[in-house]
Design a protein around this ligand. Sequence first.
Ligand code: DX5
Ligand code: ZN
Length: 223
Amino acid sequence: MTGEITIAPSILSADFAKLGEEIRAIDEAGCDWVHVDVMDGHFVPNITIGPDVVAAIRPHTNKPLDVHLMISPCEPYLEAFAKAGSDIITIHAEAGAHLDRSLQVIRGLGRKCGVALNPSTPESAIEYVIDKVDLVLVMTVNPGFGGQAFIGEMCDKVKRVRAMIGSRPIDLEVDGGIGPATAGAVAQAGANVLVAGSAAFKGGQYAENISAIRASAERIIAA
Ligand code: DX5
Ligand code: ZN
């Protein structure tokens, strides 16, 4: 949890034509988790992948598959994503009326569960479910696309969520616009899991990219 930084490259920035190879490369490059962005063209204005693709990439890494569901409704698909080999399943607080129930479904499937907040959603939306999650994801861009600019105001939300978490063993993840230039600020605010799409995959030098993001975050924590 706190004090240690987890780097989760988002395969949204990988070459989809050779996904297995890309997963193996990012694993060998030293990532901690593999972040999988699932979009439905309804909750967010883009469409990506489904449970069959998660199942197809599963044999290519032993590292945790951190599956970020940007879909609404999410409940009809939770079992399929669990069976596909997801380790962590994160759903959005805005994706349905019954967040508490959906989180319990994920736990019931034996998977770690996370709750994500869009940039405009206050942290109070998760106050009454905080004891039912393993992870809180603070979106630092509006979900839907890689390569967007980091929303600086989210550092304040990260601080507030960190305070809400207190001593609970809950990971605090940030996603969107994270790279060496922003990793320090989010780590200082209290994030311990950093998702990076473009910054992790750019230029094909995955190990250097991951090290640079990790170094920026850890430099701040050590200071
Ligand atoms: C955005 C996704 C992110 C995205 C991050 O909707 O949830 O995981 O891939 O991409 P970058 O790091 O390029 O902002
Ligand atoms: Zn994501």
